[in-house]
Design a protein around this ligand. Structure first.
Ligand SMILES: CC(C)(COP(=O)(O)OP(=O)(O)OC[C@H]1O[C@@H](n2cnc3c(N)ncnc32)[C@H](O)[C@@H]1OP(=O)(O)O)[C@@H](O)C(=O)NCCC(=O)NCCS
Length: 229
């Protein structure tokens, strides 16, 4: 485990040791059905064994409880999400573009900030630190295909829609698969005074139309080849 102050990087063992705290942050941030939590924990435990695993936690006070976390790893054939998304991008955009985005990629698996601490720059700072210095060419993730704070955060960091209205096997709600060329743009460090900055009063005042195209299933909107710009 390394890192000082509020943000810490965890190795796989350190990550597994605080799974209870991470699950609590996840539950507060995402409000899943309670019966979904055990499966999520199993996934997180498995992900900790993937190559290139990197995890971060944030505490409001040094030594205090975890209020936010994020992690990712190297995407590789044989991983469920990687295989499903690669197939989807290949179907929508063709094999060369799928390879350009997915063959050497960091998969951002989770980014969550406890609601009491959202809107203070923590999510952006975690993604900046999580992806800093990575060797992979791209970063990819999936998120609900809607105008959410998460979608706005990702767009602000340079993520573009690779797939929209994407339904994962098992009949999920529509997701957007997003990708960015590394390094991310407009990353900022964790503000030392994050705890002093008042949270935004609510999403209503910041609402907009950051959602991707809501047209046909699996339509992509901006999947240019990474690095081609
Ligand atoms: C999405 C989430 C991780 C963002 O973390 P955060 O610390 O609250 O966000 P930040 O303060 O770093 O804000 C970064 C950007 O996110 C967007 N954003 C954050 N909160 C927002 C809100 N309430 N309304 C609209 N946009 C918002 C903005 O684009 C913001 O950039 P800006 O400050 O330049 O305007 C956090 O809100 C969260 O945990 N949400 C619930 C769980 C979730 O959706 N996780 C992601 C699953 S894919």
């Amino acid at each position: 485990m390394r890192g000082t102050g509020l943000i810490r990087e965890l190795d796989a063992a350190g990550f597994r040791a605080v799974l209870d705290q991470l699950a609590a942050v996840y539950a507060a941030a995402m409000r899943p059905q309670p019966d979904q939590l055990p499966g999520r924990r199993v996934n997180m435990d498995r992900h900790a064994g993937y190559p290139g695993f990197r995890a971060l936690t944030v505490a409001a006070d040094p030594g205090g409880p975890v209020i936010a976390f994020s992690y990712g790893f190297r995407g590789a054939a044989g991983q469920w999400w990687h295989d499903v998304v690669s197939t989807g991008i290949r179907a929508a955009w063709g094999a060369p573009l799928a390879a350009a985005w997915m063959d050497y990629t960091m998969e951002i698996a989770e980014v969550h900030v406890h609601p009491a601490h959202q809107g203070r720059g923590i999510g952006r700072a975690m993604l900046g630190t999580l992806t800093a210095g990575r060797a992979e060419r791209t970063a990819v993730l999936s998120t609900m295909d809607a105008d959410t704070p998460a979608r706005r955060l990702y767009r602000g960091l340079g993520f573009t829609d690779l797939l929209t209205r994407y339904v994962f096997p098992g009949d999920s709600p529509p997701y957007a698969v997003m990708g960015a060329v590394l390094p991310l743009r407009d990353v900022r460090g964790l503000p030392p005074s994050a705890a002093d900055r008042p949270p935004w009063p609510g999403s209503a005042a910041r609402s907009g139309s950051a959602a991707g195209s809501a047209s046909a299933a699996r339509t992509g909107t901006a999947a240019g080849a990474p690095g081609a710009a």
